[in-house]
Design a protein around this ligand. Sequence first.
Ligand SMILES: [Zn+2]
Ligand SMILES: [Zn+2]
Length: 228
Amino acid sequence: MWIDTHCHTKYSYDNWLEPVDLIRRAKALGIDAVCITEHYSYEASEPVEHIGREEGLLVLRGVEIATDRGHLLAYGVEDDGWNTWGRDNYLPLTEVIERVNLLGGICVPAHPFREVGLACLLEGLLDIKGLAGVETHNGSNTDADNQLALRAATLMDLPTLGGSDCHKTLAVGRCATHFSTPVTCMADFIAAVRAHQCSGAYFPGYLQAQLPGNLQPQPVRAELAVND
Ligand SMILES: [Zn+2]
Ligand SMILES: [Zn+2]
């Protein structure tokens, strides 16, 4: 099954993407579930879970954390108690990883080779301890940055994940993660990542939707958010 493991909605407060539009777009593309990873807050995405239930799509929830060495996706935290640092762009990466792991969650560096200001994992990704996987396919990344992440994941012997990093409807589903085992909840998701039963990819259904003659042959790349 396919899960878009890195999605933002208007509850990230840096975009206007309505959750219902994200969910309907994901369904139309043939994605089986989405994981909402709003900036800094797990709790912010609570309404999206309800909308997913109404729309008939599994909605999982994580959080995207901006650290002093780049962005980190955390899955498996159940409230915002992980964050004792407040909301700024330089949370201490190693301490955040330790905290999330202690809480039973897992951490995956997001777009590790995209430059985010001065904070980028480019130099030191291979040495970071406590990661469960690497986001190798990010829908807002250049292909070259995704290729670098893929090489890093191979060197680190970590499973790979793919997510659109969508901040608008047309970006939904450009990348996704294929799970070779059923995922019905966050516990399944974490177990599958730990068992290396997942791999990131450019989602085939997204490419198909862009072919001439389909409903929305838009110049999607120009529409992609460039940050976060
Ligand atoms: Zn990010
Ligand atoms: Zn993001």
